[in-house]
Design a protein around this ligand. Structure first.
Ligand code: GLU
Length: 458
């Protein structure tokens, strides 16, 4: 059973999500620059809007998941969410068109567009992920590897996004940002087109029944369908999702330093000279999606091979490994900067090693977590629980910002965390070594209990 290839529906969801993520990350790549350079917002204001936007984007899946479970089903939620996101991108295109003739309308189109993206993502993101798991029978060993392949789609889109939308939009001329938004809008339309064209053919269970339809509210006999209350087993399974989601906050808040403190580190403390060319600090952020695309198939193969031998770790144990890789990544860089004199720069290889190790961690935790949510949720709650899972991403992004304020700077008083003084970069990186390491250890210790609570569905 484990050697069977994956259903075609997986590749449809892969391509749909790839273009949606292309759209999401394409806009994100130029968003702050657009606010600063075209709309002339000051940096603090732009950073504030950016933080609120990325936080809200991961908060709304809770609502989108609920709407799908209760009323619309996954398919319709994805379609409505996708259309809203495309409209959002086109509103940003209009904002980019008007930025120097009518700033007031440009600002309104900006906020309107962001609102559409936030609401649309809430409907799209949890539901596309839920559908991946429904392509398989409960208990099918291929589900973790399916989510790992799906995750490769996410990152193929994320990888192309800055290259295309960044190149078109960030030309140094503020009038050009609109082309980046337009490309993001077209990416979303492409996602919708592929999904609409092939959904009926490929989004089916192994027996050929359609998946992602609206829940039945009335029996054929005309009687109302009553959702059964949760059984004890179902409650324990949901508790597992809540517990692992709490651990995931520690993961993403350390991982998401990529966009903040690790970018300062790349900018100020890393020797970015490569054969006479200076590598821009922002390029380091592509290391993660590139590594996901390279290593995801290897991880998918490892899970399948271990599964065949009956040696596959449980999902909570895989996630504990994820936290361990994250901790090791920070340990490597803490070693690299140990005793570093101010003003001296370190080799790029330290950051490269950190990002590759972090990607290994991400591959053990993120697709596995998505898969676990689908496996453990009773079908009538999958969307909502997917929303809970993304809620931890929302909280973690906020927490990541707070932690990155601990980054030590010359001339500033040494920051403190729970009585621990951060005098230098080594001390700063050790915060994440301890945080992720401790979370990993506790999750390892809990993993056999959690496995029991899944009642055979991990
Ligand atoms: N890069 C992933 C995505 O955009 C991260 C999602 C998450 O934080 O859970 O889908």
């Amino acid at each position: 059973m484990t050697t069977r290839s994956h259903p075609k529906g997986l590749y449809l969801l892969f391509v749909t999500e790839m273009w949606e993520r292309f759209s999401y990350y394409g806009m994100r790549a130029i968003f702050v620059l657009f606010m600063i350079k075209a709309l002339m917002f000051d940096k603090a204001h732009a950073a504030d809007i950016y933080g609120t936007y990325t936080g809200l984007v991961y908060l709304t899946p809770l609502v989108g998941g609920y709407i799908a479970d209760r009323y619309w089903g996954n398919r319709r939620s994805i379609l409505v969410g996708g259309v809203m996101m495309a409209i959002g991108q086109f509103m940003l295109f209009l904002s980019g068109n008007l930025h120097n003739t009518d700033v007031q309308s440009a600002t309104w189109f900006l906020y309107g567009g962001l609102g559409m993206l936030i609401a649309g993502n809430g409907l799209f993101k949890p539901n596309i992920s839920s559908m991946v798991g429904q392509l398989y029978e409960p208990g099918d060993k291929r589900v973790d590897s399916a989510f790992t392949i799906f995750y490769m789609g996410i990152n193929t889109g994320s990888l192309m996004a800055p290259l295309i939308c960044g190149t078109l939009g960030d030309t140094g001329h503020p009038d050009d940002f609109k082309w980046g938004f337009l490309a993001a809008g077209f990416g979303m339309l492409l996602s919708l087109a592929v999904f609409s064209l092939f959904k009926n053919k490929y989004l089916v269970t192994p027996q050929g029944a359609p998946i992602g339809m609206a829940p039945k509210r009335v029996h054929e006999s005309g009687e109302k369908v009553v959702h059964a209350p949760l059984t004890r087993i179902e409650k324990e399974r949901l508790a597992v999702i809540l517990i692992v989601s709490a651990f995931v906050i520690f993961f993403w808040s350390a991982f998401e330093q990529a966009g903040a403190s690790l970018t300062f580190f790349a900018e100020e403390q890393t020797n970015r000279n490569l054969l006479g060319f200076t590598v821009p600090a922002s390029y380091f952020q592509s290391l993660n999606p590139i590594s996901v695309v390279i290593f995801a198939p290897i991880f998918a193969m490892i899970w399948t091979a271990l599964g065949r031998k009956g040696m596959e770790p449980s999902s909570p144990a895989k996630m504990a490994f994820g936290l361990l890789f994250l901790s090791i990544g920070y340990l490597v860089i803490a070693f690299g900067v140990d005793g570093l004199q101010p003003g001296v720069k370190v080799s790029m290889l330290w950051l490269v090693s950190l990002y590759v190790l972090h990607t290994f961690g991400e591959l053990c935790l993120s697709p596995i977590g998505l898969s676990l949510v689908v496996k453990l949720s009773p079908a009538r709650f999958t969307g909502l629980m997917m929303g809970v899972w993304f809620l931890s991403t929302a909280a973690a992004n906020k927490f990541a910002g707070t932690l990155s304020e601990l980054y030590p700077e010359a001339g500033k008083a040494a920051p403190q965390l729970l009585g621990y003084t951060i005098n230098n970069l080594h001390d700063f990186f050790m915060v994440f070594v301890f945080m992720a390491g401790a979370a990993s250890l506790v999750l390892f210790l809990l993993s056999s209990q959690l496995k029991k609570m899944t009642h055979g569905l991990q």
